[in-house]
Design a binder for this molecule. Sequence first.
Ligand SMILES: O=C(O)c1cc(=O)[nH]c(=O)n1[C@@H]1O[C@H](COP(=O)(O)O)[C@@H](O)[C@H]1O
Length: 270
Amino acid sequence: MSFTQALKARWSSSNSLVCVGLDPEPAKFPKRFAGDDDAVFAFCRDIADATAEYACAFKPQIAHFAALSAEDALQRLIAHLHEKHPGVPVILDAKRGDIGSTAQQYAREAFDRYAADAVTANPYLGRDSVQPFLDRADRGVVILCRTSNPGAGDLQDLMVDGRPLYQRVAEKVANEWNTQGNCALVVGATWPEQLREVRAIIGDMPILVPGVGAQGGDAEAVVRNASTQDGTGLLVSSSRAILYASSGEDYADAAARAACALRDMINAAR
Ligand SMILES: O=C(O)c1cc(=O)[nH]c(=O)n1[C@@H]1O[C@H](COP(=O)(O)O)[C@@H](O)[C@H]1O
């Protein structure tokens, strides 16, 4: 089953558009993990197991593992997600982008080493830099379009032939790069107006929407402006607001409550 098919099936079976971001920061872990050599894996596993029923996808962020020399924990975590939560797609957030020969290695890393169902990619180097990801028809390629951060507009809003660059990216991906039907875009929840504009350009292509929770984006506005006709089309991603909902012994229950509350808020708006 392709990434897009798996995502559609999961939207339906979970009745949720929530993507649970897995961004481990050991300084924020509950006390019980102090001195645990495998804390990164154990914490993320506990959160994932507690939130899976509310998740349309999981999104581990690679720098949060690599900075801790915890690539092995990431590999085991993704294997755990596939084994215990089959049918929940795993998006590796790596924002890759490089010349073709290096991009091929990034594709192998994401899809073969880590066994991710999809990976985030940066379009700045152009089509050949994304091609090794696009070629994997069974996997998803989630391409940065209008990112959630305050400086997103510095380059992404520059006008190109009368339209901002992020709209040109949306057009190019929808009309030229998505030949295998395996593309999605990233647009931040912090930009509801741009979400509406991107949705008008790309039809039903999925949009990964980070920026609710810790970055203050409005989940209801996201749904109003960017869901598809059938009330899906979105992966509304939250990391810190779910992961660190409690630093006490109830961390997993608190994460589940936070994911459930986000799901319910989204569902009330769609
Ligand atoms: O590609 C991403 O996932 C991403 C794109 C973007 O525009 N903004 C953004 O915040 N992200 C990622 O989404 C996560 C957001 O985390 P929280 O702000 O804690 O929910 C982080 O892992 C970011 O790296």
